[in-house]
Design a protein around this ligand. Structure first.
Ligand SMILES: [Zn+2]
Length: 140
C-alpha cells in the first residue's frame, strides 16, 4: 500500500488486485461484452471490473440501445461495480477495457480511484517483449 498524495487514502498495490497472468482472462470478458454490444448496434467495446481475482461487473457499450451519450462500457462497468460493492471508491479494483478509454471514461476511472486500468494496447506492448506470450483472446 502506498499513500495517495492528495487524499491521504491508502492506495492498493496494483499487483494485489490483478496479476498480469490474469490479463488474458479478464480481457476476454471485456471482449465478450464488446461482441454483445455489437449485436444491438453499438460500437464493439467492452469493459470488466475486477477485484480479488474475480469479475465484479462487466458491460458493453449501450449508447445506441439506451440513447444515452454517456453509456460507454467503462462507465457502465464502473457504475455496476460500485453498485455491487456498495461504495463509490474502487481503489481495490482493476478495469479492463478493449480500447484506450476516452477522456470521459479515463476521468471517471480516476475519480472513482480505479487502481489498475488495463487496456489492449498495454497488454499487447508487454506481450511483444515477453518471449512466448500469445494474445489468445483475439478472434476466438
Ligand atoms: Zn468512454
Amino acid at each position: 500500500m502506498k499513500d495517495r498524495p492528495h487524499s491521504g487514502t491508502a492506495f492498493a498495490d496494483a499487483s494485489t488486485i490483478a496479476r498480469p497472468s490474469d490479463d488474458d482472462r479478464f480481457m476476454r470478458d471485456a471482449f465478450q461484452e464488446g461482441r454483445l454490444a455489437a449485436e444491438h448496434g453499438d460500437v464493439q467495446l467492452g469493459a470488466a471490473s475486477v477485484r480479488d481475482g474475480a469479475v465484479v461487473a462487466r458491460a458493453g457499450n449501450r449508447r445506441e440501445v439506451d440513447a444515452d451519450p454517456t453509456a460507454h462500457a467503462e462507465i457502465l462497468a464502473i457504475r455496476e461495480a460500485a453498485r455491487a460493492l456498495g461504495r463509490w471508491r474502487l481503489s481495490d479494483c482493476a478495469l479492463y477495457v478493449t480500447v484506450e478509454p476516452c477522456a470521459m471514461c479515463a476521468g471517471a476511472a480516476n475519480t472513482e480511484q480505479v487502481n489498475y486500468l488495463q487496456h489492449l494496447m498495454q497488454i499487447a506492448d508487454r506481450c511483444r517483449t515477453t518471449p512466448g506470450c500469445k494474445l489468445l483472446f483475439l478472434g476466438d
